[in-house]
Structure formats: structure tokens, C-alpha cells
Design a protein around this ligand. Structure first.
Ligand code: NDP
Ligand code: ZN
Length: 177
């Protein structure tokens, strides 16, 4: 029912806010980290016209396993198997070196589910907008450019999923490369 979907989304927003509560973004303003998952969910509804509660809940939760002590089992227990699958698909293996993880994102993107591709597209769009708005602490122009190039390669592997998100990504990437 619609009520169950709304409840799932609101529960995910609350869970993410609590898990990310002490974290900040890498910008100079030290924006609270939770602004990012909230913004990713809003990009999905406002630009992507996504209404699937499972995808919107996964958007709120997408960095909880990668960046907090939250486990994937806990996500399944609280939010079910479908949300777990999407969060798992967008979570990097933090035991691998950073360069390997970045290469794997490019390699694996084309094989992900359409739901995981939606979250990845919105996540990249949010981060690229953040980079365009202000350069993170300690980053030079070359590093920002490298991030845009890598994002272009990940996004290429997620194409054929959502025209509006892909067009917005093409625009920001072309403006910055
Ligand atoms: P990182 O992966 O270290 O940082 C980018 C990530 O930080 C984003 O994907 C996003 O992830 C999160 N994030 C938090 N705040 C912001 C913000 N304000 N704007 C954008 N993203 C934000 O970046 P790199 O890809 O550059 O790093 C790769 C590796 O290379 C690292 O080990 C780095 O130390 C190293 N390195 C690279 C250099 C280069 O020139 N490329 C130079 C020096 C070092 P999320 O969605 O999960 O929040
Ligand atoms: Zn993210």
C-alpha cells in the first residue's frame, strides 16, 4: 500500500540522520553529511520522477554501510531484502585500496540493477554539483577534473536507466571537462 511505502521512506530518512549524525561533508562550510543522502533522494523525485519507495529508501541509506558502523544485515532486518540489495550494490568494499575501488565502480556499473543505477546516477549528480559549487578542503583543480572524468566513466555504465538524470549528468560533466 501507499502507507507502507511512505513509512519505509520516512524510517530510512530517520535511520540515516541518526547514523550520519556526527559526520560532515568535505566542503569548507562543513555541511552536515546527511544533506547528501537527503539531496540524493530529492534528485530522484524532482529530476528523475522516481516514486518507488524501495529506491527512495535506498537513496537515504546508500552511504550508511560504507561510511558508518551500520551493517548490511541490519539494513535487511530494518528495511527488507529489496532495500538491502540496492544498498549492497552501491556499497564499495572498504578493505580494497582506493584506486581499486574506483576502477571496480567503472567495471561493475553496467552489471548493476536498474534500481542501483538510479541511486548511483543521483549520487554522482549530487557530488558533481557539490564540486561545481565549492572545491573541497585540500583539493586542487587537477583532482576535481580527475573526479569529473572518473564520474563520466561510471555514469557511462549506468546509461539507459533514466533520461532526465542522464541529461543533467551530461550537462554538468560537459561544462566541467
Ligand atoms: P575521494 O573519494 O577521497 O572523495 C570524493 C568523495 O567524497 C565523493 O565521492 C563523495 O562520496 C564524498 N564527498 C564528501 N564531501 C564532498 C563534497 N563536498 N564534494 C564532493 N564529494 C564529496 O576523492 P578522489 O576520488 O579524488 O580520491 C581518490 C583517491 O586518490 C583518494 O585516496 C585520494 O586521497 C587520492 N588522491 C587523489 C588525487 C587526485 O588528483 N585525484 C590527489 C591526491 C590524492 P559520498 O557520495 O560517499 O559521500
Ligand atoms: Zn553518496
Amino acid at each position: 500500500t501507499g502507507v507502507a511505502g511512505i513509512n519505509l521512506i520516512v524510517k530510512a530518512a530517520d535511520f540515516a540522520a541518526r547514523r550520519h549524525r556526527t559526520q560532515k561533508r568535505k566542503d569548507h562550510a562543513q555541511t552536515p553529511y546527511i544533506n547528501h543522502p537527503v539531496g540524493v533522494a530529492y534528485i530522484l523525485t524532482s529530476i528523475g520522477r522516481v516514486t518507488d519507495p524501495v529506491v527512495l529508501a535506498a537513496a537515504y541509506l546508500h552511504d550508511t554501510v560504507e561510511d558508518t558502523k551500520t551493517t548490511i544485515e541490519e539494513i535487511e532486518m530494518e528495511f527488507g531484502k529489496e532495500v538491502r540489495k540496492i544498498v549492497e550494490e552501491v556499497t564499495d568494499d572498504k578493505s580494497l585500496p582506493k584506486a581499486t575501488r574506483k576502477a571496480l565502480q567503472v567495471e561493475k556499473a553496467p552489471h548493476k540493477s536498474p534500481q542501483a543505477k538510479l541511486v548511483k546516477l543521483a549520487d554522482k549528480l549530487y557530488n558533481l554539483r557539490d564540486l561545481e559549487r565549492s572545491t573541497p578542503h585540500g583539493w586542487d583543480k587537477k583532482r576535481v577534473k580527475e573526479y569529473f572524468k572518473w564520474s563520466r566513466d561510471v555514469v557511462a555504465g549506468c546509461k539507459g536507466t533514466n533520461d532526465a538524470l542522464e541529461a543533467a549528468l551530461d550537462d554538468i560533466i560537459n561544462r566541467n571537462l
